[in-house]
Design a protein around this ligand. Structure first.
Ligand SMILES: CC(=O)N[C@H]1NC[C@H](CO)[C@H](O)[C@@H]1O
Length: 478
């Protein structure tokens, strides 16, 4: 058993005391300390108090206890929240510079007979910035993953919202994209109000929503609703009827992208947008006679990565006019595209990861690491330990280079995932990534982690998130 009980992720500093108070739902409540810089008008905080009151007392209230019983003198009756940071972000959005550190002295333990004991501990949490990516083009799903993300201290939802199989994003400017590109034009789309709801649901939990509209590859579904956007592939001298990446030689392509990303800029408040740029297959471009002529005119010879860079470069120029920062998958950097200095390079490929981190940070770019944390790759056994053991900063580099790795991201791609298996496939495996990225680098004892994670997983199950088991055993609340 771990001395830290079910704490997950492990805070930077923990002191468990033997002093224990009893909580009773009858009298206990969470409220703002009078010195706090945020109070009753801060919806974000009041919303959190209500949520945590539910988490703490729901299980016992279901047993019909608490509210009726009168409070005893020994009960702890209040938890005061004292916000010290001047910018409480009550009505704004979390950002890459948000201060997420916190220090508190209270941990509620729910015992099986549903009384509540509160250990007076001091915990100091500060983040090493985890954030998970989810790909919804291949699946449509509800938002309880955002709830579970907050419990695991994930602070960014990277929403890979469209891809080859479907275009569920309902664009006001180009409604035909989902009309023709979604699996179904009204049961399998994210309407503007769905998107707004997801962004607000995430904001209230301190989670940023970074959308990804991946081009020029992974765009088959775009072509269903937008004529001439994709490159027609040829077999011999005539079009084959199939299409490839976005057509980089037409001005209409950039007119479209400019209008589309202007809309994206207004719909998604985050300072960053992810532009993709991964896995561009050149074969279609090579087969098209107009593209071949264009390559000659541009002096690209037979190097199609130059054509990809030409496209990405013009796309980045478009995004720069929307004053958003951008993230791109590592191939864009590997292909030598000229990037703005604040570009975030997203390292995902499984080979030579440390070499890639070394190169990207040496070039001075901030970096997000996903390569060790592709949760869509499943295997028999406790693979959470593999995710837990990965250390993002073990590559060769100066301290300045290490600081450029601003975070990591667990990815769950949707080829074999939909609403039926998203949650158990995501949790608690992603929780292992959460602790790796949140806790100190030397928090690595697998036995201690197992003991805490098994309990943390049961807490998620008890709160209604069907997180899969780590190994044999059962949850105390069952
Ligand atoms: C950046 C990236 O990961 N691109 C592709 N790579 C393989 C993934 C499945 O593991 C997905 O197919 C994804 O679209």
């Amino acid at each position: 058993d771990s001395p830290y009980g079910s704490l997950w992720p492990l805070p930077q500093k923990v002191k468990i005391s033997t002093v224990v108070f009893k909580l009773s739902g009858a009298s206990f409540h969470i409220f703002d300390a009078k010195e706090s810089s945020s109070g009753a008008s801060c919806r974000l905080l009041q919303n959190a108090y209500r949520r945590y009151d539910e988490y703490i007392f729901t299980s016992s209230r279901k047993q019909g206890q608490n509210k009726s019983k009168k409070a005893l003198a020994s009960d702890m009756s209040e938890l005061q929240v004292w916000i010290t940071s001047a910018d409480s972000e009550c009505d704004s959005y979390p950002s890459v510079t948000s201060d997420e550190s916190c220090e508190f002295t209270g941990m509620v333990f729910v015992f099986f007979h549903f009384s509540h004991l509160c250990h007076v501990n001091s915990l100091l949490h500060s983040t090493r910035r985890p954030h998970p990516c989810l790909n919804t083009s291949r699946m449509i799903t509800e938002v309880n993953y955002l709830t579970a993300m907050a419990w695991n201290k994930f602070n960014v939802f990277h929403w890979h919202i469209v891809d080859d199989p479907s275009f569920p994003y309902l664009s006001r400017t180009f409604p035909q994209l989902s009309q023709h590109g979604a699996y179904h034009p009204y049961t399998h789309v994210y309407t503007p109000s769905d998107v707004k709801m997801i962004i607000e649901f995430a904001r209230l939990r301190g989670i940023r929503v970074v959308p990804e509209f991946d081009t020029p590859g992974h765009t088959q579904s775009w072509g269903k609703g937008q004529k001439d956007l994709l490159t027609p592939c040829y077999s011999g001298a005539s079009p084959s009827g199939s299409f490839g990446p976005v057509n980089p030689m037409l001005n209409t392509t950039y007119d479209f992208m400019s209008m589309f990303f202007k809309e994206v800029n207004t719909v998604f408040p985050d300072a960053y947008v992810h532009l993709g740029g991964d896995e561009v297959d050149f074969s279609c471009w090579k087969s098209n006679p107009d593209i071949q002529k264009f390559m000659e005119q541009q002096g690209f010879g037979m190097d199609y990565s130059k054509l990809e860079s030409f496209y990405i470069q013009r796309l980045l120029d478009i995004i720069t006019t929307t004053n958003k920062g951008y993230m791109i998958w590592q191939e864009v950097f590997d292909n030598g595209v000229k990037l703005k200095s604040d570009t975030v390079v997203h390292v995902w490929m499984g080979n030579k990861v440390e070499e890639e981190l070394q190169k990207v940070t040496e070039a001075g770019f901030t970096t997000i690491l996903s390569a060790p944390w592709y949760l869509d790759y499943i295997s028999y056994g406790q693979d959470w330990q593999k995710f837990y053991r990965a250390e993002p900063l073990s590559f060769k580099g100066t301290d300045a280079q290490k600081k450029l790795v601003i975070g990591g991201e667990a990815c769950l791609w949707g080829e074999y995932v939909d609403a039926t298996n998203l949650t158990p496939r995501l949790w608690p495996r992603a929780s292992a990534v959460g602790e790796r990225l949140w806790s100190d680098r030397d928090v690595r004892d697998l036995n201690d982690a197992y003991s805490r994670l098994a309990k943390h997983r049961c807490r998620m199950v008890q709160r209604g998130i069907p997180a899969e088991p780590l190994f044999t055993g059962y949850c105390a609340h069952e």
